[in-house]
Ligand binder design. Sequence first.
Ligand code: ZN
Length: 150
Amino acid sequence: MTIRKILTYPDPILREKVKTVISFDDSLKQLARDLVETMYDAPGAGLAANQIGVCLRVAVVDTSQSEDEKKPLVLVNPEIIEKEGCEVDEEGCLSVIDFSANVERYSKLLVRAQGLDGKIWEFPAEDFFARVIQHELDHLEGILFIDRLS
Ligand code: ZN
């Protein structure tokens, strides 16, 4: 595992739309390990692959916020298939240094993603967990939370 450098605004790579993952090989597993390690080191609740300069549709999330019980979730080719509700809360980003602001997000989601083995799975997400997923999926589209400020 390697702690990678997190790119910061206005790095142009953060604006690139990433590519769908098609090969579920060892380099994907390595990328996931690096993302998890880098997220915990930051520390942050989520990290998208393009934040470390890899333009693939992969993100990691851990909203457990507990030192003893780390439960990193690796999302390959994630997409939101259902969304509802609305919630405004403060948000920050590892790629936008020293800035946070209120952002409106959906409060409930149904997410579809693939695992490192390529298997498709779906799961519900609410509140802070849903917020982090929307934030990371935005990254994968080249969108930063500062774009969503009114
Ligand atoms: Zn971010």
